[in-house]
Design a protein around this ligand. Structure first.
Ligand code: ZN
Length: 58
């Protein structure tokens, strides 16, 4: 299983995380500084990827 999370602007997979992780804390790309979304949004994206990956294999 492969989880991909990358900046839509520059393609970097490195992100700056807030010191305090809350659902509405924003994560930004450490390469270009673009905000990639809130912790809750990123978690939802990852869960979606895991779920769609499972669907492909079943
Ligand atoms: Zn970026």
């Amino acid at each position: 299983m492969r989880i991909e999370l990358s900046c839509k602007l520059c393609g970097s997979a490195r992100f700056d995380y807030p010191l305090v992780i809350t659902d509405d804390a924003e994560i930004s790309c450490s390469h270009c500084g673009r905000k990639v979304g809130t912790v809750a949004e990123i978690q939802a994206q990852l869960i979606e990827q895991i779920t769609s990956d499972d669907a492909k294999h079943s």
